[in-house]
Structures are given as C-alpha cells and as structure tokens.
Design a protein around this ligand. Structure first.
Ligand code: HAM
Length: 415
C-alpha cells in the first residue's frame, strides 16, 4: 500500500458534501457582494512569489514547493492565492475593464509546514481580491464579506482583530524605532527573531516564543507612528465597521506573514480550534500590482482556510444536510422486475430525480441494508404482484410508511 504524502488529506465520498456546502456558501456570499470567480494556475514562475509574497517571509524562505521543470524553469506550487491573481490581473489587462475588479477564488495551496491539526501541506483557501479602490469603504466591505461568509456557514465565537501597518513611508520610521528597541534586547530574542531583526523586524511582533512575546509586549506600537493619511484611513475603516455593527478589537501585533501588506490588516480568530485558530487573514496591499509589473493600483483581500472552517464545523457539531443522498432505490425481486427497475430509474434520472437499483443480484433483505447505507429516502420494492398490478411499493425509509404508487405516477409522487 502506498500512503498519501505527509500533510495531505483525502476527501472521502462520505464527507465531500461538507466541502460542497462550504464552497456553495462561499460562492453565494461572493455573488451578493458582486465578486466574480477567477481561476489561476496551480503553479507559477517562482518569481511571482519572490516579488509578491516577499523574500524575507517564512513562506518564501522555508515553505515553498519549488522545483525546476524539464525546461529548466523555476516553478513554484502556489503557497497562497493573492500573488497569482495579481499576476493574472496585470497580464490580462483587467485594469482596463471595470474597476474596482472584484475577484474571488477557491483554490488549493501548498506550504511545506510542520503538519498538525488545522495545518497542512496541501490546504484550500476561499479568497477575495478587490483591486482598484483606495477608499476605506473598500476595506470595510472586504471585512464584512469575510464576516458574512464565516457566519453564513454557521460559525460563531470568532473575533475580528484589526491593525494598520501604515504605508511604506511611515512604516520605515516605525521599523527604525522597533529595531532600536529590539536591538537593546537582542540576546534575549529567539535565534529566528535575531535573524528577523535585521531583515524584517515587524515579524518579531508575531513570534509565538514566550520570551519574544514578553519583549514585544512593551515594544513601540505601530499605531503611534503611522502618518496622518494612514491614520485617517484607519479611523474611517473603524467608523464604517462600527456603523455596520461589526465588533472588532485592535491588535497592534498583527503584522501578517506576507510582505505585501500596507495599511489595514485583519484576522478572524476562533476560540474553538486551539493553536491554529486563525480562520481568515487579509489586508490591503497598495504596492503589489506595481511590484508585479502593473500600474500603481491599490488592492485589498483576504483568504479563509477551508480545512479550518470544516474543523470548526466539526468541533461545534454543526449539522450539515447531505443533499447527495439517492431519492429512491428500487429493489426488484427477479429478472423481469429488474428490467422494470432499470426502466423506472432511467425515467426518473431523465427528470432530474436521483434513482438507483440493485446491480449485484442481492436478496431483498440485503437490498434494504444497502439502501439504508446509501441513505436512500425511499425504497421501491417491485415483486411479481407489483409488476402485474403496475405499481411500486414505495417505502418511506424515515417514516416507515408504505404506499403503492402506479408506474406512471412515480415522478409526481417523488416530486
Ligand atoms: P494567510 O494568513 O497566509 O494569508 O492564509 C490565510 C488563511 O489560510 C489562514 O488564516 C488559514 O486559515 C489558512 N492557512 C494558511 N496556512 C495553512 C496551512 N498550512 N494549513 C491549513 N490552512 C492554512 C494569505 O494566504 C493571503 N494570501 C490572504 C490575503 C488575500 N491577503 C490579501 N488577500
């Protein structure tokens, strides 16, 4: 037997309806916000992520699945959705059509991380990227979209954390102040943060190491450093969220693990799934389009981890209805009856009603067992009496009642 690679998961037939449920909700919510689907390749030229996600990030440094293809090009399986979408937006000249461009995607992503509950090497994201609008109402709208999705799948006890990391100018002033503060405590930082200190000091702020956390608790706060424009933008985002009745908490330590962010950053965190509680992360990225070769153009988006959503649904024991169950399973008692079962099932299927019948030559008892296993709503018994009288004995599997239904009235009965 060959096992699946570490950090991957099969979605088995008995569970796939849960994925379909979450994906359907994502599409519904995207639609009401006017977002259209974009599908980009599973792999990109590595450069897209080096330039997009950033060379100092953990994702680029440690987690990418990168290889040379047979033509000697460096290729990377997408570790996230944003950079590829922005690459496509630029390459296909989408900036020339209606702006803002409101895009969404459901995609698999690949990161070479240490697998644990809620952290996989192949995982899936529902994400949106809204490009072209710089106003704060776009930030509020994107946050509302994420919240609507999370609520629509039936998840509660999720908190929204908000921060602004300023623009590239005011961030520079902050970075200098932070560096100075952290340099004085250099020896007490974990080895990784000692490295981060020079390359990307902001990343020290979301280190999970206890010593680092203690140090950063008293570090200078970015919100005290952002410029007037960034500050006004952030105030407006907060005002609009309050107007929409959205509760949030300011967390100055949210810096996010990707380099493209500017101004608003946010996360939705659940209290119900422990260490990997962040179900959604996002923010504004006003420099990314230009960084990937396009015009100077603002953008903002988020991505939700679908596996984490499913984990939460599991933990909170939320019942999801399985719409894929067969409506009627015909149980014929002989060869002639089998032909009738074949004919009736075909007619129902042509009319969009799911139907099945015995393919294994089983006895009636085993047929009922099978029907029960696949969750058929009705079992239609056809014996010689039924065949003579032109009826099927329809057993309602939930209620237990039996009704003799004429062959020509089955569609009506099942509708
Ligand atoms: P991210 O925070 O790296 O952001 O990922 C977004 C979400 O994907 C996380 O909150 C988490 O739910 C899920 N996720 C991340 N890594 C894993 C993993 N190894 N296993 C399972 N789930 C995971 C981004 O990817 C940005 N592109 C979001 C964005 C879009 N920002 C702007 N636009």
């Amino acid at each position: 037997m060959i096992n699946m690679p570490k950090g991957t998961k099969d979605v088995l037939p008995q569970d796939s309806y849960k994925w379909q449920y979450v994906e359907k909700k994502a599409r519904e919510v995207a639609k009401v916000f006017g977002a259209l689907e974009i599908r980009t390749p599973t792999f990109e030229h590595t450069e897209v992520f080096l330039r997009g996600v950033g060379e100092t990030t953990d994702i680029v440094n440690k987690e990418m699945y990168t290889f040379n293809d047979k033509g000697g090009r460096s290729i990377t399986l997408k570790p996230e959705g944003t950079a590829g979408v922005v690459r496509s937006f630029v390459e296909n000249g989408l900036a020339n059509s209606a702006l803002p461009a409101k895009l969404f995607y459901i995609t698999q992503c690949f990161r070479y991380e240490r697998p644990q509950a809620g952290r996989l090497r192949e995982f899936h994201q529902f994400g949106v990227e809204f490009l072209g609008a710089k106003n704060a109402d776009m930030d509020a709208e994107v946050i509302l979209l994420a919240k609507s999705f999370i609520e629509s799948v039936g998840i509660d006890k999720v908190s929204l954390y908000l921060n602004s990391i300023g623009c590239k100018d005011c961030r520079k002033t902050y970075q200098d102040a932070l560096k100075e503060y952290l340099n004085a405590k250099h020896d007490k930082l974990c080895p990784l943060c000692q490295e981060r200190l020079n390359k990307n000091p902001l990343r020290v702020l979301d280190c999970k190491n206890d010593d680092c956390k203690e140090i950063t608790a008293n570090a200078p706060k970015i919100l005290d450093f952002i410029c007037e424009d960034c500050s006004n933008h952030f105030e407006k985002v907060k005002e609009l969220l309050t107007l929409a009745g959205v509760e949030y908490k300011i967390n100055p330590n949210i810096v996010r693990g990707l380099d493209y962010y500017t101004r608003t950053v946010f996360e939705f965190v659940s209290e119900n799934i422990g260490a990997q509680g962040t179900v959604c992360g996002g923010g504004r990225y006003d420099g990314l389009v230009a960084q990937l070769g396009g015009n100077d153009m603002p953008g903002i988006g988020f991505a939700v981890g679908i596996e984490r959503i499913l984990m939460l649904l599991e933990n909170t024991k939320k019942q999801i209805e399985n719409p894929n169950k067969i409506k009627v399973y015909f149980a014929p008692m002989g060869e002639e009856e089998g032909k009738k079962a074949f004919e009736l099932a075909s007619r129902l299927r042509q009319n969009g009603i799911s139907a099945d019948f015995d393919h294994m030559g089983r006895g009636i008892k085993s047929q009922f067992k099978y029907a029960d296993k696949i969750g058929a709503a009705f079992v239609g018994v056809i014996g010689s009496d039924e065949l003579t009288n032109g009826v099927v004995k329809m057993k309602d599997m939930a209620g237990g009642t039996e009704t003799a239904v004429k062959f020509e009235e089955i569609i009506e009965f099942l509708k």
